[in-house]
Ligand binder design. Structure first.
Ligand code: SF4
Ligand code: MSK
Length: 641
């Protein structure tokens, strides 16, 4: 085993070696056991949606039993993946919307709306009367409207109105304005079942509509409602990496995506009675930390440290110092249960949608959430005495996280003149060449964290402002790239000058996977600010996710593409390359219809170069000139002007 091929991060290397010494299996071992993986699956040419199959397309057998060709099969697989991702984000959003309504109706005492200013702003946008009404009255109406977005029988997604007008026209022309979120997902599965939609372009068009229901629907609603319910994040400093696990406190790790569980557990763990109980158990206190996207949310709102991203989950338990891990939905490996069985760690599932065989399920029912959370915290405290030998890596870094549209505009323009104007001006004058979104997961097929780090470093060096979300954010945090001072050392002079002037780091950590919707809103607002074209596809902007793992990443990629953005994925992790026609459309033709497109490149430095090339081409198309020094004009020159 070459540990460097698994991770470049010292803390992870240490724990991978530790697990190997103990003969414990982890995700990389399982990947080895699965190798070589099926070539048909890798290229997306297998179909098993009916019992005449499974069918695998090859030169010898170019058609499935039903006559489906490779284009149909690959496009169906792509659409189903996008529908899977959309359903994940949207089901998360619906759960939040339900809790939001329960909070507004005062059916729970444990969740209360925190950001009332944002509630008023959203109410105004949704046409909800605010005058003379209490926050809860407004909240009920806002929450019910949000809930209806998932299953309404008529009309289209309300949040799509946030997009620039020309973008909305393009969506109308292409027939991709999303209707109810559930409807788009159901229709995606229907269209891609045996004997229904057999035109690859039609299938791919519905993939755009489904993905837009995610980005401008389920994900965006989830972000808005979470901000109101738990508070809109503001930039703050926090620690990242396995070194945040405490040697002498009761360690509780929350993992997953939905803040309903992580927020209430963090609250319960901070109660003086719980801390006292932990001390009585011989610990110094209680240390809560997070994994994956829920960690991004907790750090952004409360400064709670991040133990790691997706690939760190088993490694965290292998420290032997985790008394309890509570998981909810998405990106939770089934392998956790096996690793936990080697240690004293108590693993709990907490979401009604996600249970694990032989793992205790304690559902966080919003009506009694705090009491349930307290019971979990007590279980962790009681487990402290069972702790055996521990091995916690020292490594951790600090970084600034928790950027939102609101906070970026505030930092750029101040409280009374909050706007993207200074950013637009600095893109126009060339100090900042453009914007790159680096998002997504950490995949064991790639040395852990290597791609977001390499891309982010390369792009800031070339004066591109980087926005990150998800596990890519955690990757940057682990290597001090969210530390303004460290990152600014690598930034190009133009970007550095702007960042130092307004006080932002060159890599802005913008939250979790669903918070990619924040980036959509940012693009719309940058367009509205003026000077950079009329639509998102005109912006000097590109996106990348070179370590994608989940269907969610594909849904995110497709909603960015359908919103006009060029999106880079790794060619090694894009399992749809078995159809030339599908690939030709996704990599090119789709830009004629929607302005954005996919691009494939597995080398992060090359990908960064290609992103920069794209950004520069957009600058040329906008007629933007290179940076010019400010010059005091004489009277003669002014007259001439
Ligand atoms: Fe095979 Fe067609 Fe059935 Fe797919 S739908 S499994 S291609 S027969
Ligand atoms: S957790 S979807 S591995 S970013 Fe959102 Fe990380 Fe990707 Fe899961």
């Amino acid at each position: 085993m070459d540990v460097k091929k698994r991770s470049g991060d010292k803390a992870a290397q240490e724990m991978i070696e530790h697990m190997a010494e103990k003969g414990q299996e982890n995700i990389w071992d399982r990947l080895d056991a699965q190798s070589p993986q099926c070539g048909f699956g890798k290229s997306g040419v297998c179909c098993r949606i009916c019992t005449m199959g499974p069918c695998r397309i090859s030169k010898k057998a170019p058609l499935g039993v039903c006559g489906a060709d490779v284009d149909t099969i690959v496009a169906r697989n792509f659409l189903r993946a996008v529908a899977g991702g959309t359903s994940a984000h949207s089901d998360h959003g619906r759960t939040v919307a339900e809790a939001f309504v329960a909070a507004a109706r005062e059916e729970t005492k444990d969740y209360k709306m925190k950001d009332i200013a944002k509630l008023h702003a959203l109410a105004k946008e949704l046409g909800v009367e605010t005058k003379g009404r209490t926050a809860n009255e407004i909240g009920i109406d806002v929450g019910e409207i949000a809930l209806a977005e998932f299953g309404k029988s008529r009309g289209t997604q309300l949040m799509t109105k946030r997009a620039p007008k020309p973008r909305q026209k393009i969506w109308e022309k292409q027939g991709v304005v999303p209707r109810a979120i559930d409807r788009e997902v159901v229709e995606a599965i229907h269209r891609s079942t045996m004997g229904v939609d057999q035109d690859y372009l039609s299938l791919l068009n519905h993939a755009s509509r489904t993905a837009l229901a995610d980005g401008w629907g389920g994900s965006m609603l989830a972000t808005e409602l979470q901000d109101i319910l738990f508070g809109t994040p503001s930039p703050g400093v926090g620690e990242v990496n396995l070194g945040v696990i405490s040697k002498d406190e009761v360690n509780i790790i929350v993992h997953g995506h939905d803040p309903l569980m992580s927020e209430i557990l963090a609250e319960a763990a901070s109660l003086p009675e719980m801390v006292e109980k932990a001390k009585q158990a011989g610990a110094k206190g209680i240390a809560v930390s997070g994994l994956c996207c829920t960690a991004n949310e907790l750090l952004a709102r409360h400064g709670i440290p991040i133990a790691g991203n997706f690939l760190c989950q088993e490694l965290a338990i292998a420290t032997g110092a985790v008394e309890m891990m509570a998981v909810d939905v998405q990106c939770v490996m089934q392998g956790l249960a096996k690793v936990a069985s080697h240690y004293h760690t108590k693993l709990f599932t907490t979401a009604h949608q996600a249970k694990m065989t032989d793992v205790e399920h304690v559902e966080i029912d919003e009506k009694d959430a705090l009491n349930i959370a307290k019971r979990l915290v007590i279980a962790a405290i009681d487990n402290y005495k069972n702790r055996g030998e521990i091995k916690i890596p020292d490594d951790k870094e600090t970084g600034v996280m928790g950027f939102t549209n609101e906070s970026i505009k505030y930092m750029l323009g101040g409280r009374f003149r909050a706007s993207y104007r200074p950013l637009n001006d600095n893109i126009i004058n060339g100090k900042i060449r453009g914007i790159a979104a680096i998002v997504g997961c950490s995949n064991p097929k790639v040395p852990m964290d290597s791609t977001p780090l390499a891309m982010a470093k390369e792009l800031i060096k070339r004066d591109v402002l980087v926005l990150t979300t998800g596990c890519a954010t955690v990757a940057c945090g682990k290597r001090a790239m969210l530390d303004s001072n460290e990152a600014l050392k690598l930034a190009g002079s133009g970007l550095r000058q702007v960042c130092e002037t307004v006080g932002i780091p060159p890599i802005l950590a913008c939250g979790s996977c669903i918070d990619n919707s924040r980036l959509l809103v940012a693009t719309a607002e940058i367009v509205a600010e003026g000077g950079l074209g009329e639509d998102i596809n005109e912006l000097p902007l590109a996106g990348a996710c070179l370590e994608s793992i989940t269907e969610k990443a594909l849904a995110i990629g497709q909603y960015f593409v359908a919103s006009g953005v060029k999106v880079f994925f790794s060619d090694a992790l894009f399992p749809f390359q078995g159809s030339d026609n599908v690939m030709e459309y996704l990599l090119g033709g789709i830009s004629n219809d929607l302005g954005g497109q996919w691009a494939l490149e597995s080398d992060p430095v090359k990908a960064a170069e290609l992103m920069l090339e794209h950004i520069e081409a957009k600058r040329v198309a906008l007629g933007l000139k290179d940076e010019t020094e400010r010059k005091l004009l004489g009277m003669e020159e002014r007259r001439e002007l």
